[in-house]
Unconditional design. Structure first.
Length: 656
């Protein structure tokens, strides 16, 4: 072989090993202006628009769409359409907008669309359609037997069989960005309960949307959100979960992103109408997140318990640590509930999805009282094993859903357990939750424990669990214990606390005089329980009377109107988005003052209506119910006075 030929072959081999030069770089997306018939000014303005669009795109997107797209101005587009892809390599812009672009007036001319100006809308349209190209170009072939084998191995390690929804059928499908399960969870097309991998058709995250067009389908959702990811510096603050997803997907962050506030705004749906409802939460102050489980009772709606999440929030200035569990006044509860804008909770309506499903943010103390004292149900607060990153992300995600979510509550298929699981899955992105499925709160807790997510060991020692706040006992046990004391010392004939509380107040009062110090203390607690029971019965009487009048076409104009106004007016606490006009996603500091003013005004109205209703409803109570309430109050005063006198007579000794 000639030596020159040998050296030539060696040169070719070395060239193949050398880094690729700029002149031989892999092809990437190009936008080519079709400028025939354009004036110099039109050509220059058009090219500047294309250059800006190309420069705005993530490098990975440009690299993975290796084609040249011809861009031209067309008079054939409908008036409202700014531009569209006519082929995979051809794009048309609406020619009616060209004069304003050429003379620069498009930069200040209002578009009447989500992006404020005509030029901004043209740029967003280009980015939107190029995202569709990327979404199609990113489709990758379906997985082969190797993926199926890996899925089975993962399941076998957990003692399960079959294929999880995210893997099933991948031998027949092609996946795109808009088909990514993680993206769909964040977007609102969540997994359908009982149908592994299948997605809900409706999207409940429609409040505070930047553009309703994003809710058309997942493809448009991706394209609309990439517009804002690339063009809106506040996108990272308004939709932090989606910004984080897109940033990680492209391994790139748009320049000029705004610095976000440390705190997130929320509305506290507590029943204390005297407090300011607008709250602020720094996710860095969340020490832990617990699965808060309300145990079942005899009510058919609550026979499987209730699922909630408890945010263990540290007091301001306290370093994150186990001591934050002592800051009970700071802790918040995330509770999905059926918002009932009526006094009647209908089982049929619950089965047909007639109630809105909303995320309530409540103070822990109110939730404890609500379940343990009123409903006489115990609460278990079970820590979830989440990383620091997951805890913060879950706190942010809860805030996002608080402002955007308004779904339908179904007792069977979209209840508190289903909604809580969706929040956990989308907020934490924990792989142990991907193929988890449960329609009952108790079943979800069991699955979380089986997957190693819930640490139920904190309940092993009941006394320690109570002391450390991992369990809150039903007051039923306390009432029974107090009744046992009174029964033993006073020789009461009743066998249970329920029998005692079922007696008329006047019948219970006859035993007061014989009570010693300890029995008097027990009787005082029982009388307080009796008052709560009578108030519950009175509320139920009034509810049934209201429903009866409504069915017969009758009305007590004053009380009924006040009640209806109170129910309608309280809706903003679970759907705070109605307090704001404009904007999208999480409210920013510039919107907080308006929020505080509006929420305070609404809260003051609720307080006024509540006080007004109390006075009106007293007149509607049946004589026997009102007499029982009055006698109960008299009992509390009498036994309280007796207890203080016995305490003084004993020299201030502590009760045994």
């Amino acid at each position: 072989m000639d030596w020159r030929a040998a050296l030539g072959g060696l040169a070719l081999l070395l060239a193949g090993l050398a880094p690729v030069s700029a002149s031989t770089a892999a092809p990437a997306l190009q936008l080519q202006l079709q400028d025939t018939g354009l004036s110099a000014a039109e050509r220059q303005a058009s090219q500047a628009l294309l250059d800006e669009a190309l420069a705005s795109l993530p490098p990975r997107l440009r690299e993975q769409v290796p084609r040249t797209v011809a861009v031209r101005w067309s008079s054939a587009l409908p008036h409202a359409v700014y531009g569209r892809l006519t082929r995979l390599d051809a794009f048309a812009l609406n020619a009616r907008l060209l004069p304003a672009l050429a003379d620069s007036s498009a930069a200040s001319q209002a578009s009447g669309r989500p992006h404020a100006t005509v030029r901004r809308e043209l740029l967003a349209t280009l980015l939107h359609e190029l995202t569709h190209l990327y979404d199609r170009a990113r489709a990758w072939p379906a997985a082969d037997a190797r993926l199926i084998r890996r899925c089975r191995q993962q399941l076998a390690s957990r003692g399960e069989v079959g294929l999880p929804g995210e893997c099933r059928g991948q031998t027949q499908r092609r996946f795109t960005l808009s088909d990514d399960p993680r993206l769909l969870d964040l977007a609102g097309w969540t997994q359908r309960v009982g149908q592994r991998g299948a997605r809900e058709a409706d999207n409940p995250q429609w409040l505070r949307s930047p553009d309703a067009y994003e809710l058309s389908n997942p493809r448009e959702f991706v394209a609309v959100n990439l517009e804002y990811f690339l063009l809106d510096p506040q996108y990272a603050c308004r939709r932090p979960s989606l910004h984080r997803y897109l940033r990680e997907h492209f391994a790139w962050t748009p320049p000029g992103a705004a610095r976000c506030a440390d705190e997130l705004a929320f509305l506290n749906a507590g029943s204390d109408f005297a407090r300011q409802p607008l709250g602020r939460l720094d996710p860095e102050r969340i020490y832990a997140i617990d699965y808060l489980f309300a145990e079942a009772n005899d009510n058919w709606v609550s026979r499987w318990g209730h699922s909630m999440l408890r945010l263990v929030v540290c007091a301001p200035g306290r370093p994150r640590g186990a001591d934050c569990r002592l800051d009970l006044d700071q802790h918040l509860v995330l509770s999905y509930r059926a918002f009932v804008g009526d006094v009647q909770l209908s089982s049929w309506d619950g089965l047909t999805g007639a109630y809105p499903s909303r995320l309530f943010v409540l103070p822990l103390a109110q939730v404890i009282d609500e379940y343990t004292k009123v409903e006489l149900r115990s609460l278990a607060s079970i820590p979830l094993r989440l990383s620091r990153t997951q805890i913060r992300a879950l706190g942010e995600r809860a805030a996002e859903l608080h402002w955007s979510h308004d779904g339908d509550y179904w007792f069977i298929s979209n209840n508190c357990a289903v909604e809580t699981l969706k929040l956990l899955r989308s907020g934490s992105a924990d792989p142990r939750l991907h193929d988890l499925d449960s329609i009952t709160p108790s079943g979800l807790l069991a699955l979380l424990e089986a997957r190693g997510l819930a640490d139920r060991s904190v309940l092993a020692d009941p006394h320690e669990a109570l002391r450390l706040g991992y369990r809150f006992d039903s007051f039923r046990e306390r009432y029974q214990a107090m009744f046992s004391v009174a029964r033993q010392r006073l020789q009461l004939p009743q066998a249970s606390v329920e029998d005692w509380l079922g007696l008329p107040a006047s019948a219970r009062r006859r035993h007061f005089a014989a009570a010693d110090l300890r029995a008097s203390a027990a009787l005082l607690l029982l009388e307080q329980a009796a008052r709560r029971r009578q108030l519950q019965l009175a509320q139920d009487d009034l509810k049934q009377d209201y429903l009866g009048r409504r069915e017969r076409g009758l009305s007590n104009a004053a009380a009924d109107r006040t009640l209806e106004q109170l129910l309608a007016g309280s809706g903003f606490l679970s759907r705070p988005a109605e307090l704001l006009d404009g904007g999208y996603g999480l409210p920013q500091p510039g919107e907080w003052q308006h929020l505080q003013q509006q929420s305070s005004q609404r809260q003051a109205q609720l307080r006024q209506l509540s006080d007004q209703l109390d006075s009106q409803l007293l007149a509607l109570l049946k004589p026997e119910r009102r007499r029982e309430l009055d006698d109960g109050e008299a009992n509390i005063r009498q036994i309280g006075t007796q207890l203080r006198e016995l305490h003084r007579a004993s020299g201030g000794l502590q009760l045994p």
